[in-house]
Design a protein around this ligand. Structure first.
Ligand SMILES: [Zn+2]
Length: 251
């Protein structure tokens, strides 16, 4: 059973919502990428998500937690043809641990010395590169979408090509930020109406910016979330102005 399902999926999604999402795309040219976080374990929802993306030949950026990945798991994931250019496997933190004693959760915040941060970035990257080989893309998605400016400098020094956070985090010049601006599963709205309004507003803003970066958390997906995602694929694929990509094409 998925945990903490967003209020968006607490009741059936109104047909009107799909009409609004589709209409917002009319006549627009928009780049679209999907980013799925917390990758590493082969659970039921992960398998279902991968099968859905595969069925629609939809590209997906997969943020892999180095500590959660092993050669055995990577081999098992090859049932989805891991080398397929549809997938963009990249780094999601190191162990997905929170080091902040207060405030917002952060694995790469400012409470640890730069050396400790560098070690985690480096060993995470080496671990993934050794297991994933050519399939590894040097982009970093920090857990909880946030990291310190020291981390950004280190990422650049270590040769990462981009970071992927969420829209509205502090600006920085070190690296391009291929940020997400639509959150399908971790919104904290209290009720479906508020969650729907936020989704529509984020969707419209992303389209206005020319790019939708859609964030997924498969562990939180229930039956309705999967049905919604599939419907979203159909809407997006029916629009001529939509260009699907991964980080590789955006770099
Ligand atoms: Zn995460």
């Amino acid at each position: 059973m998925p945990d903490k399902v967003s209020a968006l999926y607490h009741q059936p999604l109104p047909e009107e919502l799909f009409v609004r999402l589709g209409q917002a795309l009319a006549g627009k040219r928009v780049q679209v990428f999907f980013r799925a976080d917390d990758i590493g374990k082969m659970d039921e929802e992960f398998i279902r998500m991968m099968e859905l993306f595969g069925r629609y030949a939809m590209p997906l950026c997969l943020a892999v937690v180095p500590e959660w990945m092993s050669r055995e798991r990577w081999q098992a994931m090859d049932r989805f043809s891991t080398a397929d250019p549809l997938w963009c496997w990249h780094q999601h933190g190191y162990a997905h641990l929170n080091y902040q004693s207060q405030g917002k959760k952060n694995e790469f915040g400012d409470v640890r010395p730069a050396e400790a941060v560098r070690r985690d970035l480096e060993r995470g990257r080496e671990h993934l590169a050794a297991i994933l080989g050519k399939a590894f893309c040097p982009v970093f998605t920090p857990p909880w979408n946030r990291c310190s400016s020291v981390t950004l400098q280190l990422l650049q020094e270590l040769g990462f090509k981009a970071v992927s956070r969420s829209r509205g985090v502090q600006p920085q010049a070190e690296l391009p930020d291929l940020y997400v601006n639509v959150d399908l599963h971790t919104g904290k709205e209290a009720n479906p109406a508020a969650a729907t309004e936020r989704l529509v507003s984020d969707w419209d803003q992303g389209i206005a910016q020319g790019r939708l970066g859609i964030m997924l958390h498969h562990q939180r997906m229930n039956e309705r979330s999967f049905a919604f995602l599939e419907k979203l694929f159909q809407i997006l694929q029916s629009r001529e102005g939509v260009v699907f990509c991964t980080f590789r094409e955006l770099l």
